[in-house]
Design a protein around this ligand. Structure first.
Ligand SMILES: O=C(O)[C@H](O)[C@@H](O)[C@H](O)[C@H](O)COP(=O)(O)O
Length: 711
């Protein structure tokens, strides 16, 4: 080609390229402008969302603040002016000066174990000074006077401080609470020197404080346009155009022209969202976990000073959770430790100091309101067998619950009360004197707002009497079905029940199979004891249940834990214990939801017989016995540690032949404690279902259920 033609061609190509370049640049700048406009819109939206998030955060946090400040409604006494809160003591206007200074002096430490979470809080002078959750160390908390305008404040009160190891900090959310991030080391917050930290927020070594927002990653200023530009005018034409010195990153455009803080706004936005989610879940957890006021109205669960109380609007799921997981609240106030257990919103047991947990059951209040004393978990001494007559109940006024002037609840005098039963003014004593230990005896307390009937047999025991076995049977079946429903709805998702032999087999089988729609698909049935005989032997408890019950309900084969009767009795017990371990994973002692026990005329239960060494077994969960006084001689049996670990133990005993032994088991008497009287669940409920002939000799207070009533 001649030079002239070449030049001409080059000119043409140059002019074409120039035209295209201009078109491309126009196109690109239009795209950038649109993109920028979109980004600006996005940022503006993000900013407004930011602001909304901050506003919501401040509100949520103030709600949490209120919750914390609100503590749990006290079970304290009006007179003392000191109200015990869930997380400490709070002073009211009428708190006497002496009391106020005492509160200032003695930090109250409250440890709440509610729904498996341990919340420890320390208060001084009515102010929350430190909190901790689970095994993190106590987080000091000081509430700085807010200096920033409200909408900019990130947090104002003690929330569970998330501690970031230094290397993880930049990737994770915000440090919660500048105030609560007080001094931390690699293991998390230290608590020594809390006092000086109250003066000023200490350096958070290891965690950079957020003086200024972290700068966003450098945005590359080099713009390389790499890509395929589809020219609007010429769809058919695809050009690959490279402009040196002008490269646009191929990642989503980070507009270089936007002010930095607007880009930062997005990451802050995300961080705020993260924090908000956490705070809200904290709030939910706190409410559900039993911190009054820290929850949401929806959860409907309000924590009282010693536990959780259900409200009408408490959602069913929350209600069952409260019923399922007894909340145990340990309040250390004025140097005293009050432990209270609540289940289903009702106070089921209290104890003070190192005395064992005392059961509490509530009768409907009968006295007129004005002459009732205050509701307060009373200190009830548990009586050792030999000391019982010498020690009285420390109840009501004597234990300083109705406090005297200004001194607040006093505990002096408790000691001398041990010497002689205190005068129980305003408290009706039982008509007949209570009888010696491991007895259930009840002293009627006049308290507000209800009459607490205290039984001191150290278990949440109830004695229910039915006119006859015919009425008892259906109530038993309803009890089993109700406990099964509750257990299946719990996070265990199944119902574990232990059944006994004897007359229980026929009653239970008849009544359970009479229930409509009984769903046993998630049941696990074990045997409280079993005879080591072939399953076809009429003495085999499993054999009887298989014929009368198990073959008639929808329980899977894997849902029945049987022994291997072909093994020698020792190995048989070990094999059965192994099956329990497999079916109660992680539980050193298997915890059954319900154990159904019978009691022999000699006071035996399971295959635990009077004066037998097996009564002292504390290590094994299943023990062999070869000398059973009740034939057949070879059996395996659950031991007392397993029986007493159950969430609920229900004895069923009917017939006049049991009357004498029942009186001894339930009301005590001469001689060693019988096996059935040794069933005192440590955490669970204890129910005795009797018919009137069996209860004929009892003088203790019993419950009589109306026909069809639920237990
Ligand atoms: O297999 C067993 O023998 C039982 O488990 C046993 O502990 C039974 O429950 C009592 O002996 C009461 O039996 P009655 O209810 O028949 O009196």
């Amino acid at each position: 080609m001649s030079t002239c033609a070449t030049l001409h061609l080059q000119t043409q190509v140059a002019s074409i390229v120039e035209v295209l370049a201009k078109a491309a640049i126009t196109e690109i700048s239009q795209v950038i402008n649109e993109g920028t406009a979109l980004l600006r819109l996005e940022i503006a939206r993000g900013k407004s969302e930011n602001d909304a998030l901050k506003t919501k955060l401040v509100r949520i946090e103030s709600e949490l603040q209120a919750a914390w400040a609100g503590g749990k409604r006290g079970a304290g006494t009006r007179e003392s002016g000191v109200e015990v809160c869930s997380v400490g003591v709070r002073l009211s206007d009428e708190t006497p000066r002496a009391e106020r200074s005492r509160c200032e002096e003695e930090p109250s430490l409250t440890m709440d174990r509610v729904f498996g979470k341990e919340w420890v809080s320390r208060w001084r002078g009515g102010e929350l000074t430190a909190v901790k959750e689970e095994d993190s160390s106590l987080q000091p908390v000081c509430k700085e006077e807010a200096t920033e305008p409200a909408e900019d404040r990130l947090n104002l009160f003690p929330v569970k401080a998330e501690w970031f190891a230094v290397d993880s900090y930049p990737q994770r959310g915000l440090t919660i609470g500048k105030q609560s991030g007080l001094g931390c080391d690699a293991e998390g917050p230290s608590t020594e020197g809390l006092e000086e930290q109250r003066s000023s927020p200490p350096a958070m070594e290891g965690i950079e404080e957020r003086q200024t927002p972290p700068t966003p990653p450098e945005v590359t200023h080099r713009y390389f346009l790499r890509g395929v530009v589809r020219s609007a005018a010429a769809d058919w034409l695809q050009w690959r155009v490279f402009f040196h010195g002008c490269e646009l990153s191929t990642s989503p455009p980070t507009d270089p022209f936007l002010p930095k803080h607007m880009i930062y706004g997005k990451s802050e936005n995300d961080a705020l969202k993260t924090k908000l989610v956490r705070i809200e879940s904290e709030l939910q957890a706190a409410w559900a976990g039993g911190k009054r006021g820290a929850g949401t109205r929806e959860s409907g669960v309000e924590v009282c000073s010693v536990g959780v109380r259900l409200r009408d609007e408490t959602p069913r799921a929350e209600r069952s959770r409260c019923e399922e997981e007894p909340s145990l609240t340990i309040d250390r106030v004025f140097g005293k430790e009050w432990v209270s257990r609540w289940r289903g919103g009702e106070l089921t047991a209290v104890k003070e100091e190192d005395s064992p947990l005392q059961p509490v059951c509530k009768e409907e209040a009968t006295e007129p309101a004005e002459d009732r004393l205050n509701l307060f978990p009373v200190k009830v001494e548990s009586f050792a067998e030999d000391s019982y007559p010498q020690r009285g109940l420390t109840i009501g006024k004597q234990s300083g619950l109705g406090s005297d002037a200004g001194e607040g609840p006093s505990t002096e005098g408790l000691e001398e009360q041990r010497s002689s039963p205190p005068a129980m003014e305003g408290i009706e004593e039982r008509q007949t004197p209570p009888t010696p230990p491991e007895q259930a005896y009840a002293v009627k307390l006049k308290t507000r707002p209800s009459t607490l009937l205290l039984q001191t047999d150290m278990s949440g025991r109830r004695v229910l009497v039915f006119p006859s076995a015919a009425e008892l049977g259906p109530a038993l079946a309803r009890l089993v079905a109700a406990r099964a429903d509750r257990a299946c709805r719990s996070d265990r998702g199944r119902f574990s029940v232990g059944v006994s032999g004897g007359s229980l087999v026929a009653m239970l089988s008849k009544e359970l199979t009479a229930l409509p729609d009984l769903d046993c698909s998630r049941w696990l049935v074990g045997f409280c004891d079993e005879r080591v005989v072939p399953f076809g032997d009429p003495e085999s408890t499993y054999g009887l249940y298989k014929d009368q019950l198990l073959s008639k309900i929808n329980i899977p084969e894997s849902g029945v834990l049987t022994i291997d009767p072909t093994l020698p009795v020792q190995e048989c017990a070990e094999d059965y214990a192994c099956k329990l371990r497999e079916n109660f994973p992680g539980e050193e002692i298997p915890v059954f939801d319900l154990l159904l026990l019978g009691m022999g005329p000699d006071g035996h239960t399971c295959s635990l017989f009077p004066d037998h060494p097996l009564l002292e077994e504390t290590q094994k969960t299943v023990a062999p016995i070869s000398d059973s006084p009740k034939p057949p001689p070879q059996r395996v049996t659950l031991t007392l540690p397993v029986v007493n670990a159950a969430r609920c133990v229900a004895f069923v005993s009917t017939g006049g032949s049991k009357a004498t032994v029942l009186k001894r088991v339930l009301e005590g008497g001469e001689g060693p404690v019988l096996p059935a009287a040794r069933v005192v669940p440590s955490q669970g409920e204890l129910l005795w279902l009797l018919d009137e002939p069996a209860a004929a000799s009892l003088s203790l207070k019993v419950e009589k259920l109306a026909p069809g009533a639920h237990i």
